[in-house]
Write a protein that binds this ligand. Structure first.
Ligand code: PLP
Length: 408
């Protein structure tokens, strides 16, 4: 595949996306638009469950279900044995945290930009067990400072480093490969929240040197809501790490008072599954790989860069993305307008956006001295025209005084 998307590629991707022409969907960080294939495999499985029975449908589709694991494994450079399917990224992080026997004074190294739910779970561990959370300082240009991260890793009793690769609330891309190398050198298990990264950036668990990685299907991967996956390295599996509450899928109840864990990552799974969603996630992974991750990533990020340029020319708009490299998430303060109201009015004008309140990113928004931000997140199937339209509409909502217009 060429590194560049042609107009014909974009036209095909849009034709394969039933929602593409209905709105300018700039909320891929919320949930990306699913392709027709993803929708079809899920509908077919639900039909089979209704017509043949839920358990029978799963048996009949066993080879397709197995193939979904292979697809997700290939998508992130893993072996199938290292992949488990979970409800969502947050459930994955909770499972990861539960693999450690936390004691007072144990430490977790993380960043100032980790996802709110992860921060809450770590704070809960702090409250219940006296675990300490060490957050690396940020660089001047934004993003975790690797030197400070390394300094924290060298503290006593660090059990885990947990880093959100691309936060929900801005275009920052954390230097996860560099941080992973530091964890490797320090011998500290490294977990990545790749919820906004999967489908947006090429992911290779070996290059990242991570022990755990978790993500949801619905965002830039363009899979369904309600499912995600968790990668667990052989290092962790072979050392016997397992979720505190493995169920009868993750382990066998072999003796009255004993259980045996599954050898592979499926020790993280629950017995019950929405198999339609499993198939949908597998199809989304296949689609992402066939579209070509390098070029879809480059295109999404380039559309986001155009959006930042357009927004920055609107008086009163403050574009808030910081970092050495920026992702396809654009965050901004819309002058004195209320972010929730801007999103509502954009929706009325056929543009899907979202907004992030302070409590979703307390540290980052306090640092930026803003109570809430509007978030626009294009993907590779969006068009330059949609980006232009979004900028025009936001300009109009805020009074229509963009620099070029003022001159005419
Ligand atoms: C960076 C990041 N991590 C984790 C999550 C949580 O994903 P889920 O709601 O699927 O658990 C999100 C959701 O927005 C996110 O942006």
């Amino acid at each position: 595949l060429s590194n560049f998307a042609t107009d014909a590629d974009v036209a095909r991707w849009r034709a394969e996306t039933p929602g593409a022409e209905r709105h300018a969907h700039l909320n891929n960080a919320g949930a990306g638009l699913m392709t027709q294939t993803v929708l079809d495999v899920m509908k077919a499985h639900l039909d089979a469950e209704a017509l043949d029975g839920g358990y029978e449908a799963a048996q009949d589709n066993a080879s397709r279900i197995a193939a979904a694991y292979d697809s997700v494994a290939r998508l992130c450079g893993a072996q199938t044995r290292n992949v488990a399917f979970v409800e969502n990224a947050t459930a994955g992080v909770a499972l990861i945290l539960s693999t450690f026997a936390w004691k007072a004074g144990d430490r977790i190294v993380t960043t100032r930009n980790d996802y709110a739910s992860n921060q809450i779970m770590m704070l809960s561990l702090a409250q219940r067990y006296g675990v300490e959370i060490l957050r690396a300082r940020d660089l001047e240009e934004g993003g975790a400072d690797p030197d400070d991260f390394a300094r924290l890793l060298a503290s006593d009793r660090v059990k885990l480093a947990l880093v959100t690769w691309v936060p929900t609330n801005s275009g920052l891309i954390q230097p996860v490969a560099e941080l992973g190398a530091l964890c490797g050198a320090a011998g500290i298990p490294f977990a990545i929240d790749a919820c906004q990264a999967i489908g947006q950036l090429p992911v290779d668990v070996a290059a990242l040197r991570c022990d755990y990685l978790t993500a949801s299907a619905r965002k830039f991967l363009r899979g369904p809501r309600g499912i995600g996956f968790l990668y667990a390295s052989d290092r962790m599996l072979n050392a016997g790490y397992h979720p505190l509450f493995a169920d009868m899928r993750g382990a066998d109840w072999t003796h009255h008072d004993a259980f045996e864990l599954r050898p592979d990552a499926r020790r993280f799974e629950n017995w019950e599954f929405a198999y339609a969603l499993v198939l949908g996630m597998g199809a989304a992974a296949d689609y992402a790989m066939s579209a070509g991750q390098e070029r879809t990533s480059a295109r999404a990020r380039s559309l986001a860069a155009d959006l930042r340029t357009g927004l920055a020319a609107i008086p009163g708009v403050r574009v808030l993305d910081r970092g050495r490299e920026l992702a396809a998430i654009v965050s901004f303060e819309p002058g004195h307008a209320d972010p929730g109201d801007v999103v509502k009015r954009l929706r009325e004008r056929g543009i899907n956006a979202s907004w992030t309140p302070r409590t979703s990113a307390t540290i980052d928004l306090d640092d930026k001295d803003v109570a809430a931000v509007v978030r626009l997140s294009p993907h590779y199937y969006n068009t330059e025209a949609e980006i232009g339209r979004a900028v025009e509409q936001i300009d109009a909502l805020l009074g229509g005084s963009r620099a070029p217009k003022a001159r005419s």
